[in-house]
Design a protein around this ligand. Sequence first.
Ligand code: AMP
Length: 185
Amino acid sequence: MRLVFIGPPGAGKGTQAEFLIKKYHPAHLSTGDMLRAARDAGTEVGLKANEYMSTGQLVPDQVIVDIIKERLAQPDCSEGFLLDGFPRTIAQAEALDEMLKAAGTPLDVVLELRVPEEELFTRLAGRGRADDTPEAIKTRLVGYRNQTSPLLDYYGKKGLLKTIDGLGTVEEIFARIEKELDSLQ
Ligand code: AMP
């Protein structure tokens, strides 16, 4: 199964991605995790990316597209993958389409985890990650609204989008995801 998981920061995407991977076993491609690992390892890309991450801005498209291209070429992705945190802009989505088209491996589904914005700010403020300062949170939420939410229309028009209500318990939300994914198989 090849899927994209979209949701604003604080929607609970990370938790649901873990559940999903345990049950369906796609390769997990989280660009946030990859960038944090690169930053912690002190690589050139990681240190450059951190200048954006620490203020809540998006890392430039070309940087992230190159990372994903390399990752998708690895053998574990041939059995399916979950893209978590990518694409985040229309330019990234178009680059992904080209990559997958060239490989003959189109997406099966795009899951959107939907949570109202007021709820997100409260959740993020309580999380305590290094890039969860109030200013960075605001920047990330505005970034989601302006740069990432146009993807919903983009994938909606392709007939790939499934919207999941992101309010409720972790188990309730995962049950909604399972229902959508099981109906694809
Ligand atoms: P996340 O863990 O997905 O919230 O990502 C943390 C930070 O990494 C984001 O605030 C961005 O600065 C950067 N980042 C992660 N994925 C992307 C992406 N697809 N495009 C641009 N920047 C990204």
